[in-house]
Ligand binder design. Structure first.
Ligand SMILES: Cc1cc2nc3c(=O)[nH]c(=O)nc-3n(C[C@H](O)[C@H](O)[C@H](O)COP(=O)(O)OP(=O)(O)OC[C@H]3O[C@@H](n4cnc5c(N)ncnc54)[C@H](O)[C@@H]3O)c2cc1C
Ligand code: FES
Length: 278
Protein backbone atom coordinates (compact mmCIF):
# COMPACT_ATOMS: atom_id res chain seq x y z
CA UNK A 1 0.00 0.00 0.00
CA UNK A 2 1.23 3.48 -0.90
CA UNK A 3 0.21 6.99 0.03
CA UNK A 4 1.06 9.12 -2.98
CA UNK A 5 0.52 12.58 -4.37
CA UNK A 6 -0.56 11.92 -7.94
CA UNK A 7 -1.54 14.11 -10.90
CA UNK A 8 -4.73 14.00 -12.96
CA UNK A 9 -3.92 13.29 -16.60
CA UNK A 10 -7.42 12.79 -18.03
CA UNK A 11 -10.95 13.41 -16.78
CA UNK A 12 -13.92 12.86 -19.06
CA UNK A 13 -17.67 12.43 -18.79
CA UNK A 14 -18.60 8.93 -19.94
CA UNK A 15 -22.42 8.75 -19.71
CA UNK A 16 -25.28 8.75 -17.22
CA UNK A 17 -23.40 10.95 -14.69
CA UNK A 18 -20.34 8.67 -14.73
CA UNK A 19 -16.84 10.10 -15.20
CA UNK A 20 -13.51 8.47 -15.97
CA UNK A 21 -10.65 9.89 -13.91
CA UNK A 22 -7.14 8.91 -15.01
CA UNK A 23 -4.15 9.67 -12.78
CA UNK A 24 -0.41 9.45 -13.28
CA UNK A 25 0.41 7.00 -10.46
CA UNK A 26 3.10 4.51 -11.51
CA UNK A 27 3.88 3.19 -8.00
CA UNK A 28 0.25 2.34 -7.27
CA UNK A 29 -0.61 1.10 -10.78
CA UNK A 30 2.25 -1.41 -10.70
CA UNK A 31 0.81 -3.23 -7.66
CA UNK A 32 -2.89 -3.46 -8.49
CA UNK A 33 -4.72 -6.79 -8.19
CA UNK A 34 -8.24 -7.35 -9.63
CA UNK A 35 -10.97 -5.91 -7.39
CA UNK A 36 -8.79 -3.66 -5.23
CA UNK A 37 -9.65 -0.05 -4.50
CA UNK A 38 -8.03 3.30 -3.77
CA UNK A 39 -8.89 5.85 -1.10
CA UNK A 40 -8.92 9.34 -2.49
CA UNK A 41 -8.70 12.57 -0.51
CA UNK A 42 -11.14 15.35 -1.24
CA UNK A 43 -9.12 18.47 -0.38
CA UNK A 44 -10.41 21.86 0.74
CA UNK A 45 -13.80 20.62 1.95
CA UNK A 46 -14.54 20.96 5.65
CA UNK A 47 -17.55 18.67 5.37
CA UNK A 48 -15.71 15.96 3.41
CA UNK A 49 -12.71 15.25 5.62
CA UNK A 50 -12.73 11.52 5.04
CA UNK A 51 -11.17 9.93 2.01
CA UNK A 52 -13.57 8.30 -0.47
CA UNK A 53 -13.15 4.70 -1.73
CA UNK A 54 -13.23 3.87 -5.45
CA UNK A 55 -12.65 0.57 -7.22
CA UNK A 56 -9.67 0.61 -9.53
CA UNK A 57 -11.07 0.41 -13.03
CA UNK A 58 -7.75 0.11 -14.83
CA UNK A 59 -4.04 0.19 -14.09
CA UNK A 60 -1.61 0.15 -16.99
CA UNK A 61 1.93 1.49 -17.06
CA UNK A 62 1.79 4.76 -15.14
CA UNK A 63 -1.99 5.20 -15.57
CA UNK A 64 -4.44 4.48 -12.76
CA UNK A 65 -8.12 5.08 -13.43
CA UNK A 66 -11.47 5.06 -11.64
CA UNK A 67 -14.98 5.26 -13.03
CA UNK A 68 -17.27 7.11 -10.66
CA UNK A 69 -20.72 8.58 -10.38
CA UNK A 70 -21.49 11.97 -8.79
CA UNK A 71 -23.69 11.25 -5.78
CA UNK A 72 -22.69 13.73 -3.06
CA UNK A 73 -20.35 16.42 -1.86
CA UNK A 74 -17.08 14.56 -2.56
CA UNK A 75 -17.88 13.22 -5.99
CA UNK A 76 -19.37 16.60 -6.99
CA UNK A 77 -16.05 18.21 -6.01
CA UNK A 78 -14.20 15.59 -8.06
CA UNK A 79 -16.21 16.54 -11.14
CA UNK A 80 -14.21 19.79 -11.40
CA UNK A 81 -10.81 18.06 -11.50
CA UNK A 82 -8.77 18.80 -14.61
CA UNK A 83 -5.50 17.56 -16.10
CA UNK A 84 -2.55 18.77 -14.02
CA UNK A 85 -4.48 18.91 -10.72
CA UNK A 86 -2.82 17.13 -7.75
CA UNK A 87 -4.57 14.46 -5.67
CA UNK A 88 -3.63 12.41 -2.62
CA UNK A 89 -4.31 8.70 -3.19
CA UNK A 90 -3.86 5.71 -0.88
CA UNK A 91 -3.69 2.27 -2.42
CA UNK A 92 -4.03 -0.28 -3.77
CA UNK A 93 -6.17 -1.47 -0.84
CA UNK A 94 -8.05 -4.61 0.16
CA UNK A 95 -8.27 -8.19 -1.05
CA UNK A 96 -9.92 -8.51 -4.45
CA UNK A 97 -11.11 -11.23 -6.83
CA UNK A 98 -9.05 -14.46 -6.97
CA UNK A 99 -9.85 -14.79 -10.66
CA UNK A 100 -6.42 -16.12 -11.61
CA UNK A 101 -7.25 -19.27 -9.57
CA UNK A 102 -10.80 -19.66 -10.93
CA UNK A 103 -11.54 -23.32 -11.47
CA UNK A 104 -14.83 -23.13 -13.32
CA UNK A 105 -16.40 -21.16 -16.17
CA UNK A 106 -15.98 -17.47 -15.17
CA UNK A 107 -19.14 -15.41 -14.95
CA UNK A 108 -19.00 -11.69 -14.13
CA UNK A 109 -22.07 -9.98 -12.68
CA UNK A 110 -22.18 -6.19 -12.31
CA UNK A 111 -24.67 -3.55 -11.29
CA UNK A 112 -24.00 0.20 -11.23
CA UNK A 113 -20.29 0.97 -10.87
CA UNK A 114 -19.69 -2.78 -10.41
CA UNK A 115 -18.41 -2.90 -13.99
CA UNK A 116 -15.50 -0.72 -12.90
CA UNK A 117 -14.46 -3.22 -10.22
CA UNK A 118 -14.50 -6.10 -12.70
CA UNK A 119 -12.55 -4.80 -15.70
CA UNK A 120 -9.07 -5.84 -14.50
CA UNK A 121 -10.52 -9.20 -13.40
CA UNK A 122 -11.91 -9.64 -16.93
CA UNK A 123 -8.50 -8.91 -18.40
CA UNK A 124 -6.57 -11.15 -15.98
CA UNK A 125 -8.90 -14.14 -16.32
CA UNK A 126 -7.27 -16.91 -18.34
CA UNK A 127 -10.65 -18.03 -19.67
CA UNK A 128 -13.06 -15.44 -21.04
CA UNK A 129 -16.62 -16.27 -20.06
CA UNK A 130 -19.93 -14.44 -19.85
CA UNK A 131 -20.59 -11.04 -18.22
CA UNK A 132 -24.00 -9.87 -17.02
CA UNK A 133 -24.43 -6.12 -16.67
CA UNK A 134 -27.56 -4.68 -15.07
CA UNK A 135 -28.81 -1.17 -14.40
CA UNK A 136 -31.92 0.97 -14.11
CA UNK A 137 -31.64 2.21 -17.71
CA UNK A 138 -29.26 2.42 -20.69
CA UNK A 139 -27.22 5.25 -19.09
CA UNK A 140 -26.17 2.91 -16.28
CA UNK A 141 -24.64 0.30 -18.58
CA UNK A 142 -20.96 1.07 -18.98
CA UNK A 143 -17.93 -0.38 -20.77
CA UNK A 144 -19.66 -3.08 -22.86
CA UNK A 145 -17.28 -2.61 -25.85
CA UNK A 146 -14.27 -2.73 -23.51
CA UNK A 147 -15.31 -6.10 -22.04
CA UNK A 148 -16.22 -7.46 -25.49
CA UNK A 149 -12.80 -6.40 -26.78
CA UNK A 150 -11.25 -8.62 -24.09
CA UNK A 151 -13.21 -11.59 -25.46
CA UNK A 152 -16.16 -11.70 -23.03
CA UNK A 153 -19.77 -12.30 -24.06
CA UNK A 154 -21.74 -9.43 -22.48
CA UNK A 155 -25.47 -9.72 -21.68
CA UNK A 156 -27.26 -6.53 -20.68
CA UNK A 157 -30.38 -6.08 -18.56
CA UNK A 158 -32.16 -2.80 -17.79
CA UNK A 159 -35.11 -2.34 -15.48
CA UNK A 160 -36.88 -0.01 -17.95
CA UNK A 161 -35.98 -2.10 -21.00
CA UNK A 162 -34.10 0.79 -22.67
CA UNK A 163 -31.14 -1.53 -23.42
CA UNK A 164 -30.89 -5.31 -23.57
CA UNK A 165 -33.37 -7.53 -21.80
CA UNK A 166 -36.01 -5.85 -19.61
CA UNK A 167 -35.68 -6.91 -15.97
CA UNK A 168 -32.96 -7.36 -13.40
CA UNK A 169 -29.59 -8.96 -13.87
CA UNK A 170 -30.52 -12.26 -12.19
CA UNK A 171 -33.41 -12.67 -14.70
CA UNK A 172 -30.85 -12.73 -17.52
CA UNK A 173 -28.59 -15.07 -15.54
CA UNK A 174 -31.43 -17.51 -14.83
CA UNK A 175 -32.47 -17.53 -18.50
CA UNK A 176 -28.87 -18.14 -19.60
CA UNK A 177 -28.34 -20.92 -17.03
CA UNK A 178 -31.52 -22.65 -18.22
CA UNK A 179 -30.45 -22.52 -21.88
CA UNK A 180 -26.68 -22.97 -21.75
CA UNK A 181 -24.28 -25.57 -20.55
CA UNK A 182 -20.94 -23.81 -20.16
CA UNK A 183 -17.74 -25.82 -20.08
CA UNK A 184 -17.19 -26.18 -16.34
CA UNK A 185 -19.34 -25.05 -13.41
CA UNK A 186 -19.98 -21.28 -13.38
CA UNK A 187 -17.80 -19.41 -10.86
CA UNK A 188 -19.18 -15.94 -10.18
CA UNK A 189 -17.33 -12.64 -9.64
CA UNK A 190 -19.82 -10.04 -8.54
CA UNK A 191 -19.91 -6.31 -7.73
CA UNK A 192 -23.02 -4.22 -7.22
CA UNK A 193 -25.77 -3.45 -4.72
CA UNK A 194 -26.16 -5.78 -1.72
CA UNK A 195 -29.46 -7.24 -2.96
CA UNK A 196 -27.73 -8.34 -6.16
CA UNK A 197 -24.73 -9.79 -4.31
CA UNK A 198 -27.06 -11.77 -2.09
CA UNK A 199 -29.22 -13.00 -4.98
CA UNK A 200 -26.24 -14.24 -7.01
CA UNK A 201 -24.73 -15.80 -3.86
CA UNK A 202 -27.94 -17.71 -3.16
CA UNK A 203 -27.93 -19.13 -6.69
CA UNK A 204 -24.28 -20.17 -6.38
CA UNK A 205 -24.87 -21.87 -3.02
CA UNK A 206 -27.91 -23.72 -4.36
CA UNK A 207 -25.89 -24.96 -7.33
CA UNK A 208 -22.85 -25.80 -5.18
CA UNK A 209 -20.61 -23.32 -7.02
CA UNK A 210 -18.56 -20.34 -5.82
CA UNK A 211 -19.49 -16.66 -5.93
CA UNK A 212 -16.93 -14.00 -5.00
CA UNK A 213 -18.81 -10.87 -3.97
CA UNK A 214 -17.40 -7.37 -3.46
CA UNK A 215 -19.03 -5.62 -0.49
CA UNK A 216 -19.88 -1.94 -0.68
CA UNK A 217 -19.81 -1.21 3.08
CA UNK A 218 -19.33 2.42 4.13
CA UNK A 219 -15.68 3.15 4.87
CA UNK A 220 -13.87 5.83 6.86
CA UNK A 221 -10.18 5.04 7.25
CA UNK A 222 -9.89 2.41 4.49
CA UNK A 223 -6.92 0.73 6.19
CA UNK A 224 -8.39 -1.35 9.01
CA UNK A 225 -8.18 1.06 11.94
CA UNK A 226 -11.68 2.50 12.52
CA UNK A 227 -13.94 -0.61 12.17
CA UNK A 228 -16.64 1.39 10.31
CA UNK A 229 -16.77 -1.19 7.55
CA UNK A 230 -17.06 -4.41 9.58
CA UNK A 231 -19.12 -7.35 8.34
CA UNK A 232 -20.19 -10.57 10.05
CA UNK A 233 -18.14 -13.35 8.47
CA UNK A 234 -18.54 -17.10 9.07
CA UNK A 235 -15.43 -18.85 10.25
CA UNK A 236 -14.29 -22.35 9.36
CA UNK A 237 -15.31 -23.70 12.80
CA UNK A 238 -18.94 -22.66 12.33
CA UNK A 239 -18.79 -19.51 14.48
CA UNK A 240 -18.56 -15.96 13.19
CA UNK A 241 -16.44 -12.87 13.68
CA UNK A 242 -16.38 -9.28 12.52
CA UNK A 243 -14.05 -8.69 9.59
CA UNK A 244 -13.17 -5.44 7.90
CA UNK A 245 -14.42 -4.95 4.36
CA UNK A 246 -11.52 -2.57 3.70
CA UNK A 247 -8.82 -4.97 4.86
CA UNK A 248 -9.94 -8.63 4.79
CA UNK A 249 -12.38 -7.71 1.96
CA UNK A 250 -13.98 -6.08 0.08
CA UNK A 251 -14.25 -9.44 -1.73
CA UNK A 252 -15.51 -12.49 0.18
CA UNK A 253 -16.84 -15.86 -0.97
CA UNK A 254 -20.64 -15.71 -0.62
CA UNK A 255 -20.78 -18.51 1.98
CA UNK A 256 -18.65 -16.42 4.35
CA UNK A 257 -21.01 -13.44 4.50
CA UNK A 258 -23.77 -13.27 7.13
CA UNK A 259 -26.25 -10.67 5.91
CA UNK A 260 -28.25 -8.41 8.24
CA UNK A 261 -31.31 -10.28 9.45
CA UNK A 262 -29.81 -13.70 8.82
CA UNK A 263 -29.79 -16.02 11.78
CA UNK A 264 -26.42 -15.79 13.48
CA UNK A 265 -24.41 -18.78 14.44
CA UNK A 266 -22.26 -18.79 17.57
CA UNK A 267 -20.20 -15.64 17.94
CA UNK A 268 -16.48 -15.98 18.45
CA UNK A 269 -14.35 -13.20 19.89
CA UNK A 270 -12.95 -11.38 16.92
CA UNK A 271 -9.28 -11.50 16.14
CA UNK A 272 -9.61 -8.49 13.90
CA UNK A 273 -6.56 -6.71 15.25
CA UNK A 274 -4.26 -9.60 14.41
CA UNK A 275 -5.79 -11.06 11.29
CA UNK A 276 -4.20 -10.36 7.95
CA UNK A 277 -5.10 -12.29 4.84
CA UNK A 278 -2.13 -13.58 2.95
C1 LIG B 1 -14.87 -0.58 -1.89
C2 LIG B 1 -15.70 0.49 -2.57
C3 LIG B 1 -15.52 0.73 -3.93
C4 LIG B 1 -16.27 1.74 -4.54
N1 LIG B 1 -16.08 1.95 -5.88
C5 LIG B 1 -16.78 2.90 -6.51
C6 LIG B 1 -16.59 3.12 -7.92
O1 LIG B 1 -15.78 2.45 -8.58
N2 LIG B 1 -17.33 4.08 -8.51
C7 LIG B 1 -18.26 4.84 -7.80
O2 LIG B 1 -18.93 5.70 -8.40
N3 LIG B 1 -18.45 4.66 -6.49
C8 LIG B 1 -17.73 3.71 -5.82
N4 LIG B 1 -17.92 3.52 -4.48
C9 LIG B 1 -18.88 4.38 -3.78
C10 LIG B 1 -18.20 5.72 -3.47
O3 LIG B 1 -17.21 5.52 -2.49
C11 LIG B 1 -19.24 6.71 -2.96
O4 LIG B 1 -20.14 6.99 -4.00
C12 LIG B 1 -18.56 7.99 -2.53
O5 LIG B 1 -17.79 7.76 -1.37
C13 LIG B 1 -19.61 9.04 -2.24
O6 LIG B 1 -18.93 10.19 -1.78
P1 LIG B 1 -19.67 11.60 -1.79
O7 LIG B 1 -18.91 12.51 -0.89
O8 LIG B 1 -19.89 12.07 -3.19
O9 LIG B 1 -21.09 11.25 -1.22
P2 LIG B 1 -21.62 11.53 0.25
O10 LIG B 1 -21.95 12.99 0.35
O11 LIG B 1 -20.71 10.93 1.26
O12 LIG B 1 -22.94 10.68 0.18
C14 LIG B 1 -23.95 11.04 -0.79
C15 LIG B 1 -24.90 9.90 -0.99
O13 LIG B 1 -24.18 8.77 -1.54
C16 LIG B 1 -24.42 7.64 -0.73
N5 LIG B 1 -23.22 6.81 -0.65
C17 LIG B 1 -22.08 7.09 0.02
N6 LIG B 1 -21.22 6.06 -0.06
C18 LIG B 1 -21.86 5.11 -0.78
C19 LIG B 1 -21.54 3.79 -1.18
N7 LIG B 1 -20.41 3.19 -0.80
N8 LIG B 1 -22.43 3.11 -1.94
C20 LIG B 1 -23.61 3.66 -2.28
N9 LIG B 1 -23.99 4.88 -1.92
C21 LIG B 1 -23.12 5.59 -1.17
C22 LIG B 1 -24.76 8.20 0.65
O14 LIG B 1 -25.56 7.26 1.38
C23 LIG B 1 -25.54 9.43 0.31
O15 LIG B 1 -26.88 9.13 0.04
C24 LIG B 1 -17.22 2.50 -3.81
C25 LIG B 1 -17.40 2.26 -2.45
C26 LIG B 1 -16.67 1.25 -1.83
C27 LIG B 1 -16.87 0.98 -0.37
S1 FES C 1 -12.84 1.65 6.93
FE1 FES C 1 -11.77 1.79 8.82
S2 FES C 1 -11.57 -0.31 9.36
FE2 FES C 1 -12.43 -0.40 7.40
Amino acid sequence: MNLRDVTVIEHVEVQGGYRLLVMDAPDIAAQVQPGQFIHLQIPDLRDALLRRPFSIYNAENNRLSVLYKGVGVGTRWMADLKPGDPLSVMGPLGHGFPIAEAGGYPVLVAGGYGMAALYIAARESRQKGTAFFGGASAGDILCVPEFEALGWEVRVTTEDGSLGMKGIVTDAMDEWLAQNRPEGEPEYFVCGPSGMLKAVGERAMKAGTKAWISLDNNMCCGVGACLTCVQKIRTADGAWEWQRACREGPVFECREVIWDGEESVEHRTSNIEHRTKS
